[in-house]
Design a binder for this molecule. Structure first.
Ligand code: PMP
Length: 373
């Protein structure tokens, strides 16, 4: 079969199961409940103006024009890393191009000849890609079931030099949260455990300084590899890992998506540092967000009987792809931009709407949302 014909055939079969993806354009004037602007910073003009007012000319450059290992190691990158390491109280921090870079590159760089990986079954695609890229043995434990992870450790930990336990703090599709105290207990009980926590949806939202769920639960010092992203609550772009100096040095030497890519632009790094420094002042936004999230989860529970969310991401599981598409249209017609999330992003038969709340949402708009639901 000709190349293009094969592509067209594959696209037709995607269409036939309602899984054909297109790049949507967000209509003007709708309430956006599908982004990751959890703190409502995206359209905060005052914050942006305050940033520009203090911006040094040096930091206004729009490109680093090189990898960090060549000439792209700008003062803004170094300052942001110092800010993050100080905030988390870790030896080191490393800024990366994106969360996708982080999750696909960190594990392959750190893995040894006798490593095992245990991964939550619902970990994000970027983590799965990173795990696969290592080529080492791995098992997937049942979602958010650390007792199941413990079973694997009891059986296999002794056969390996180290066991990486990889999970997320706030899961991106269900909005449920990991019991991080139970997670660090695994490391206390099995000394060769290395903990890898993706806080993409926790940073900004949890903790009284907005540093994520691990700080909120007081266990961040025990997470070996804590990854956060800048593109969500922080309304910037890029990602970071806070870790030991040995881990950072290893990543700088071995992590291919760090070594072989252009560093982030200084202006963007400066903005990220500005937002990180402002996070402790955003407690009211976090409280508003959490109040709405709890109410919405409760309303969905009343309607459907289930909603596992304990965060700002609130799923409304519908089932079939077609029903999810219809229900999304209903919300869109009422002025709420909600998208259907379908397999393979979520397991088969669990197509859903995913409400991704933002502190920018007014109480009025939120009450209207509850009415539509
Ligand atoms: N981890 C998780 C849990 C995510 O949800 C995402 C983004 N959807 C990423 C990592 C990737 O982050 P980035 O968008 O910065 O590449």
């Amino acid at each position: 079969m000709q190349f293009t014909d094969r592509l067209l055939q594959e696209l037709t079969s995607l269409r036939s199961v309602g899984s054909f993806r297109q790049l949507p354009i967000v209509p003007e004037g709708v309430v956006n409940l599908s982004g990751n602007d959890y703190l409502g910073l995206l359209e905060d003009e005052a914050l942006r103006e305050a940033f520009y007012a203090q911006l040094k000319p040096r930091a206004s450059l729009l490109s680093a024009a090189s990898s960090r290992l060549l000439t792209g190691n700008t003062p803004e990158a170094i300052e942001l890393e110092e800010t993050l390491a100080a905030a988390y109280g870790t030896e080191a921090a490393l800024v990366l191009g994106s969360g996708y870079h982080a999750n696909t590159g960190i594990l392959p760089a750190l893995i040894g000849p006798k490593s095992l990986i245990l991964s939550d079954r619902l970990n994000h695609a970027s983590l799965i890609d990173g795990i696969r890229a290592t080529g080492v043995d791995f098992y997937r434990f049942r979602h958010n079931d650390l007792a199941h992870a413990r079973n694997y450790l009891e059986r296999y930990a002794k056969d390996y030099d180290e066991v990486f336990v990889v999970t997320e703090s706030v899961f991106s599709m269900d909005g449920d949260c990991t019991d991080l105290k139970a997670l660090v207990q695994l490391k206390r009980d099995f000394p060769n455990v290395v903990l890898y926590l993706d806080e993409a949806h926790g940073v900004g939202v949890f903790g009284d300084k907005g540093l994520g769920l691990a700080t909120a639960q007081g266990v961040h010092q025990e997470i070996d590899i804590l990854v956060g992203t800048f593109g969500k609550a922080l309304c910037s772009t890029g990602a970071f890992v806070v870790c030991s100096q040995a881990i950072r040095d290893t990543l700088v030497n071995k992590m291919r998506p760090f070594i072989f890519t252009t560093a982030l632009p200084p202006i963007n790094l400066a903005w990220t540092k500005f937002v990180v420094n402002a996070l402790p002042t955003m407690q009211a936004r976090r409280a508003h967000l959490q109040t709405m999230a709890a109410q919405l989860a409760e309303a969905i529970r009343a309607k459907t009987g289930a909603c596992v969310s304990t965060s700002q991401i609130v799923p409304y599981v519908i089932g079939s792809n077609e029903d999810a598409i219809q229900e999304a249209k209903r919300f869109q017609t009422a002025g709420f931009y909600v998208l259907p999330i379908r397999p393979p992003t979520v397991p088969k038969g669990t197509a859903r709407l995913r409400f991704s709340l933002s502190a920018a949402l007014s109480s009025d708009a939120f009450n209207r949302l509850l009415d539509v639901l």
